[in-house]
Design a protein around this ligand. Structure first.
Ligand code: NAD
Length: 337
């Protein structure tokens, strides 16, 4: 219900196309009379010693306090010697699971019209532990960390999600035949959790075979749970099945009930500042956030307006083969509300 006091939520417009698509979200939420008051936070220009990154401590506190937020893409300069902003956020806020729904959009034709997948990515460790060093010149080493604690936690989340959303199957994606210890432990944890959910079918699929199956027939899968790097790759593959990165939302689930929604895509420097970006992915991430807040009426209204605008086909951004600017597409959605 739309209470009289608005809900405070943190908004990181982010880098590149971030501010343009965040503007689109703000306008559409305003037009739909969503009872949210945004607390906007920008990434700083200097490293904050308290977070060891360009994210300020105040920004992190804002998310901790509000427990809900929406984040635009944040660019990571390669090899500049400081923590990636996204890694800092995930670590500092303990964002342990990244949920990425991916479904065919009615009215937007791709090779498949029956995609309905949920990718759940472990978000705090694995290949993203940031432990890389040079052993001797010409030899570098990177540590992939898998812990029982983080694996059980993401597996729990995946099964809980499956049950809560009426899903039938959870597939653990791995390469345990080669990564015997790390992926082996991940699978062991998934199996333990699976035993607590006898009503949900559990299976294990090797990642290379999973890629082949997804491309051949995505309807073979339901909920997929996997370590960090595999989740990164598989979710982009899934985005490609339904029309690209401009469309796929996600939500980061963190300790203490934090939900920080964000698009799957990055800052798209090639089209930034040109009013060309597709705001759909960030908008649908915002819809995920509304559902987390139990604002289902608003979520449905906005989601339908987006899907109807895309299905109608009159206003589409360039990534979907259209000619509309970000602002024109945004206005068309507002007209559909
Ligand atoms: P990207 O997702 O930014 O772009 C890949 C391609 O998809 C580009 O051609 C881009 O134009 C297109 N694209 C992405 N989003 C789009 C949208 N909304 N509408 C239309 N087209 C869109 O990936 P990249 O180029 O590899 O990364 C750029 C920067 O973003 C890097 O610094 C990277 O570290 C960062 N990044 C951040 C996040 C995040 O904040 N979660 C995720 C991925 C990448």
């Amino acid at each position: 219900s739309s209470a009289s006091t608005p809900i405070r939520a943190t908004l990181f417009p982010g880098d590149g196309i971030g501010p343009e698509i965040a503007e689109s979200v703000k306008q559409i939420f305003l037009a739909a009379e969503v009872p949210i008051e945004w607390e906007e936070h920008y990434v700083g220009t200097e490293i904050d010693p308290r977070t060891q990154s360009f994210l300020t401590w105040e920004s992190l506190e804002s998310v901790r306090r509000n427990k809900v937020g929406l984040k635009g893409p944040m660019a990571t300069p390669i090899g500049k010697g400081h923590r990636s902003l996204n890694l800092a956020l995930r670590k500092e806020l303990n964002l342990y699971a990244n949920v990425r729904p991916c479904y065919s959009l009615p009215g937007y034709k791709t090779r498949y019209d029956d995609v309905d997948l949920i990718t759940i990515r472990e978000n705090t460790e694995g290949e993203y532990s940031g432990l890389e060093h040079q052993v001797v010149r010409g030899v570098v080493e990177s540590l992939k960390i898998i812990t029982r604690q983080a694996s059980l936690r993401v597996a729990e989340y995946a099964f809980h999600y499956a049950k809560a959303h009426g899903r039938e199957r959870v597939s653990a994606i791995h390469k345990a035949n080669i990564m015997q210890k790390t992926d082996g432990l991940f699978l062991k944890c998934c199996r333990e959790v699976a035993e607590k959910y006898p009503e949900i079918t559990y299976e294990e699929v090797v990642i290379d075979n999973c890629c082949m199956m997804l491309v051949k027939n995505p309807a073979l899968f339901d909920v997929l749970v996997m370590p960090n790097l595999y989740g990164d790759i598989i979710s982009d593959l899934c985005a490609g099945l339904i029309g690209g990165l401009g469309l796929t939302p996600s939500c980061n689930i963190g300790g203490g009930g934090i939900a920080l929604a964000e698009a799957v895509h990055g800052s798209a420097p090639d089209i930034a500042g040109k009013n060309l970006a597709n705001p759909t992915a960030l908008l649908l991430s915002g819809v995920t956030m509304l559902r987390h807040l139990d604002l289902h009426d608003k979520a449905d209204r906005i989601q339908n307006a987006i899907l109807n605008t895309i299905a109608e086909g009159k206003y589409r951004t360039a990534d979907l083969g259209g000619k509309s600017k970000t602002s024109e597409f945004t206005q068309a959605i507002i007209d559909h509300l």
